[in-house]
Design a protein around this ligand. Structure first.
Ligand code: GUN
Length: 291
């Protein structure tokens, strides 16, 4: 039986509606959550993300503050801007768009952000909070992936979960979230021996490696929940010369024949990331005001 397709677009939309209602209630008390997004340079993909973030922030009734800096901005200047945003009471969330130009040490910038305003959840304080089960800001992509898993099944205790990818942004926090839900968690990566065999044990398989269609249909356990975090642009000569298309880290058509539920690319995890960024901004705004 073909898998159920997990509709990330619809689930993200429903989350944004919930957030908008809460933002409206807060506005009635004179509180408007503010999200500051900092973009350094002209990276084309980053410009698209930043535009989408600003539009969705405003659409749920929050304040969007944008800072665009030239590609040759120094690390010291960026750190000064972060300090200003940390001190600005109208700013509840700060996101510095990655990647940053080579002259800037991204880790130093991440660590300069006030952990209470770190809506990316990348600060070591928030990573540590997640790892120790304390409340904090949880990175958006794994948070969104978890919400998609939970749209299929809420009791995850005892399930085998395999996360392919060990990045600080997705793989490691995803593993923490699954562990919190009492899954038996394996983190696989580029050095894992017999990756296919490891994936075959997964009741929940999360692919986050950025390798187009790496995960094949026969790597999928019958009935598994498959979350594809990859967004890879590949040539699509069948659509015409020079055309491209987006594919995930999972060979979708093959996997869908065996999985119980699977996220598509596009329209799966992607739309959840910004919706969870807005959820984090609201959470930060409430926490900073003591509720
Ligand atoms: N670049 C691509 N995705 C992200 C993200 O989630 N956060 C930040 N800060 N930069 C990104």
């Amino acid at each position: 039986m073909a898998a159920r397709i997990i509709d990330g677009k619809a689930i993200a939309q429903s989350l944004r509606e919930t957030l908008a209602a809460e933002v409206e209630a807060l506005s009635g008390r004179g509180i408007v959550p503010g999200l500051a997004v900092v973009l350094v340079g002209e990276d084309a993909a980053s410009q698209v993300y930043v535009r989408n973030k600003a539009a969705q922030t405003k659409a749920v009734g929050m304040r969007s503050i944008e800072h665009r800096l030239p590609a040759d901005t120094s690390e010291a200047d960026l750190l000064r801007l972060v300090a200003t945003l940390n001190a600005d009471d109208a700013v509840d969330g700060i996101l510095v768009q990655l990647p940053l130009p080579a002259q800037i040490d991204a880790q130093r910038v991440i660590e300069a952000i006030d952990p209470e305003k770190d809506v990316d959840g990348f600060h070591p304080v928030n990573a540590g909070r997640l790892a120790t089960g304390l409340p904090g800001l949880v990175p958006c992509t794994p948070q969104g992936s978890m919400r998609l898993v939970e749209s299929v099944r809420t009791d995850l205790a005892g399930l085998e979960a395999v996360v392919v990818g060990r990045s600080n942004i997705v793989g490691k926090p995803m593993a923490q979230l699954l562990l919190q839900r009492s899954c038996t968690v394996t983190i696989a990566h580029s050095r894992t021996r017999d990756l296919a065999e490891v994936c075959r044990r997964a009741d929940i398989l999360v692919a986050a490696v950025g390798r187009p269609e790496l995960v094949r249909g026969d790597w999928i356990r019958e009935g598994a929940i498959v979350i594809d975090v990859g967004i890879n642009r590949v040539p699509a000569p069948e659509a015409g010369e020079g055309k491209t298309r987006l594919v995930g880290d999972v060979a979708f058509e093959e996997a869908r024949a065996r999985a119980g539920a699977i996220t598509p690319v596009p329209g799966g995890v992607g739309p959840m990331t910004i919706a969870c960024l807005l959820a984090n901004t609201l959470q930060a705004a409430k926490a900073r005001r003591g509720n």
